[in-house]
Design a binder for this molecule. Structure first.
Ligand code: PMP
Length: 407
């Protein structure tokens, strides 16, 4: 008997309980964005209804309350990730902005002609393009570690690509297109042995596993609130304090300074140094609520439940003639990417929607991995903690029905 009561948890997510095209919604697109528990929605509503004020500036009651809630959320996230200090938690718009922050602020100060940035073939565009931009600006070079046919990282090749010029290794914790879980602890050990820093793109990591940034030894860890059952427009860059302290700002404006004169401006210490302008206050507070919600669940049990649904769904899909699963690495989580012989993924996605089943189709912002797997697009069913075996039955039934229509 699981210690996770999925039916009870489903009641916490109001969006799930609706009909789409006349059928009960089956939401299988949590890797794109997850639904929000009532606690998040209620916390944000209450903020706007009762407190709404800017942070850090006002002396009035509402501003003090807003600041307390905003900084309280930072501490909630610090505890959730087991960061050593709340000053290591920088609020950003999401994973994309967190990676751009590091590539700009750290990259401009530390990368020189011929320095190497090591990526993998399974990266999301947001962990590729920011590095290309900074490589172009600094003369650094991008290296790419290959992957095996099942979608797992080729660790031998990865290790061989580490060298005396490697300055940064930027790697997904979990691939959004394939579900592969990378051995990030080992990657960090190897990179550190070569004197390189590691940025982990945790956008798909934190939704599926508890992450302890200190145990992991990551230098930077990026995540998006909206994939972690929090609101959109908010994310986190965790960075080791000594690194953040040594980094120049990348955006200038209010709240990131100590003293401004026209001759010289002194910057605030982190995290304020990297939070120029009015931040996404309600978003941060909502994300704080999301991690508090997750803290009420037994995460090991949630993980076991998700794995059960993933395995059950995979077995069902494998029985359907013409279906091929793309990404079969051992230990994968959260995602079933697949192709159906003779049916374009977009047509399939539309047909599944007619059955009330929401999936994502396309290249999943990971065109290189699509090229590597020799496909141009896939249909992706991705799981949240609220999905069930029944959802997988509905997916398989809808898939069979759609395939009949197309044949
Ligand atoms: N990395 C990975 C692995 C992702 O799945 C995503 C979102 N699809 C991102 C980065 C970018 O996240 P965001 O769009 O929230 O910034």
């Amino acid at each position: 008997m699981s210690r996770f009561d999925v039916e009870a948890a489903r009641f916490d997510f109001p969006t799930l309980h609706q009909k789409v095209k006349g059928k009960d919604l089956v939401y299988l697109d949590s890797a794109a964005t997850a639904h929000k528990p009532k606690l998040v929605i209620e916390t944000m509503r209450r903020f706007y209804q009762m407190d709404n004020a800017n942070v850090h500036r006002g002396v009035h009651e509402l501003s003090e309350r807003a600041t307390l809630s905003y900084e309280g959320a930072r501490r909630d996230i610090q505890r959730y990730l087991n960061a050593a200090s709340h000053r290591e938690i920088v609020f950003t718009r999401g994973t994309t902005e967190a990676i751009n922050l590091v590539s700009n602020a750290w990259g401009r100060a530390n990368l020189h002609e011929g320095d190497e940035i090591l990526l993998t073939w399974m990266e999301h565009h947001s962990n590729i393009v920011p590095w290309q931009l900074i490589a172009e600006a600094t003369g650094a070079v991008i290296k790419v570690a290959p992957i095996h046919d099942d979608g797992s990282l080729d660790m031998e090749a990865f290790e061989a690509l580490l060298g005396p010029r490697t300055r940064m290794v930027a790697v997904a914790h979990v691939s959004n297109a394939l579900g592969t879980v990378n051995p990030v602890r080992r990657i960090i050990e190897l990179a550190h042995a070569h004197g390189a820093l590691v940025l982990v793109d945790g956008a798909q990591g934190v939704p599926h596993m508890r992450v302890d940034v200190q145990a992991l030894g990551a230098d930077f860890y990026a995540l998006s609130g909206h994939k972690l059952y929090g609101p959109t427009g908010i994310g986190v860059l965790y960075g080791r304090l000594a690194l953040l302290e040594a980094m120049p700002p990348w955006q200038g404006g209010g709240d990131m300074i100590r003293v401004v004169t026209f001759e010289k401006t002194e910057y605030a210490p982190p995290p304020a140094r990297f939070e120029a302008g009015t931040p996404n206050i309600s978003g941060a507070i909502g994300l704080g609520a999301a991690v508090r919600y997750l803290n009420t669940l037994d995460f090991d049990a949630v993980h076991a439940h998700e794995l059960d649904v993933l395995r059950y769904g995979t077995a069902l899909l494998e029985q359907i003639p013409g279906v091929r699963i793309v990404g079969t690495a051992e230990g994968k989580v959260g995602v079933i990417s697949f192709l159906v012989e003779g049916v374009h993924p977009h047509d399939l996605g539309t047909a599944l929607d007619m059955e009330g089943v929401a999936v994502r189709t396309g290249h999943h912002c990971a065109q290189p991995v699509m090229q590597r797997m020799a496909v141009f697009a896939t249909t992706r069913a991705s799981l949240g903690l609220y999905n069930t075996r029944e959802d997988m039955d509905r997916l398989a039934d809808a898939l069979r029905k759609s395939i009949e229509v197309f044949r």
